[in-house]
Design a protein around this ligand. Structure first.
Ligand SMILES: [Zn+2]
Length: 283
């Protein structure tokens, strides 16, 4: 099978192509098991030549697709595996720093599919057990003839800008020096643009226009698709809601707070994009 180069090496097909060796994403709970030592620096995924010591602990396998032309599987491992030498656990968010964006995306898909199977073991209509389907990622009730696919929940994230300043906010649950862009889920029946207007107004009391799409990112907490935007502020007075947002301010593009999101996640990508544009414009 030839994988389009535009897909950056990963092809999200649930059907195995039976390559001789495979990539394994080993998951314990919701953490990722990585091989220790120098191998990890080159490639944090575990290849199937090195999985002898892990097979005993594997309680479930799902084919994620193909990465670099080899099958890629997630293995759901029993917690006892952490006593095995030569491996260590890392949280999903920390994996982004350790392994980069592409591996992070694969691991997000792995964790998301495990979580989805766990939560769809029974039919929501008749209560009978669902069966995993071999040729697609679906949990099927044969009595009702219903397929349940992985649920993706779209949400919007926006960096609101006003010339050489952008609006960054601190979520009420974050430490005092951490700031990011504004985000929220789409309500049923809402467009992404309507959700952006509503979320920004609810959270900081600012009205926006000139909304531009920047990009999207899968975010497995548990099944979000983050749609990233930049928008212009029409009003500039900030009134935080005091519930979700504890603090928000306008920051000049070259005087941003030290603890903002890294570029590997959508909030960081929006900030990086804006800073590059503002730097060019202010030259
Ligand atoms: Zn049913």
């Amino acid at each position: 099978m030839t994988i389009p180069a535009s897909l950056n090496g990963f092809y999200a097909s649930p059907v195995s192509v039976n390559t001789e060796t495979k990539w394994i994403i080993a998951v314990v709970g919701r953490d990722i098991l990585l091989a220790d030592g120098s191998r990890m620096a080159k490639n944090p995924l575990i290849d199937s030549d090195a999985t002898d010591s892990l097979g005993f602990f594997c309680q479930r396998k799902i084919t994620l697709g193909q990465w670099l032309s080899r099958d890629c599987e997630v293995w759901d491992l029993m917690p006892e595996v952490t006593a095995t030498e030569g491996f260590s656990l890392v949280g999903l968010r920390d994996l982004l720093t350790v392994a980069g964006e592409e591996i992070f995306s694969l691991a997000c898909r792995a964790v998301q599919l495990l979580d989805w199977q766990d939560k769809h073991r029974f039919c929501g209509s008749c209560g009978e057990p669902n069966q995993a389907t071999a040729k697609e990622h679906a949990m099927t009730c044969h009595k009702c003839n219903i397929n349940n696919y992985p649920r993706i929940s779209p949400c919007v994230i926006v960096l609101v800008t006003r010339g050489d300043h952008c609006l960054l906010a601190r979520n009420a649950s974050w430490p005092t020096n951490r700031f990011g862009a504004l985000a929220g889920y789409l309500e049923a029946g809402e467009s992404a643009e309507q959700a952006l207007h509503r979320e920004v107004f609810e959270e900081v009391g600012v009205e926006i226009d000139n909304i531009r799409y920047v990009g999207s990112q899968s975010w497995p907490y548990p099944g979000q698709l983050m749609l990233g935007f930049i928008a212009n502020a029409v009003t500039d007075e900030i009134k935080v809601d005091g519930i979700e947002i504890a603090e928000a301010n306008w920051f000049r593009y070259d005087q941003l707070p030290g603890n903002t999101a890294p570029p590997g996640i959508m909030a960081g990508r929006l900030i990086q994009y804006y800073v590059e544009q503002a730097t060019l414009a202010c030259r």
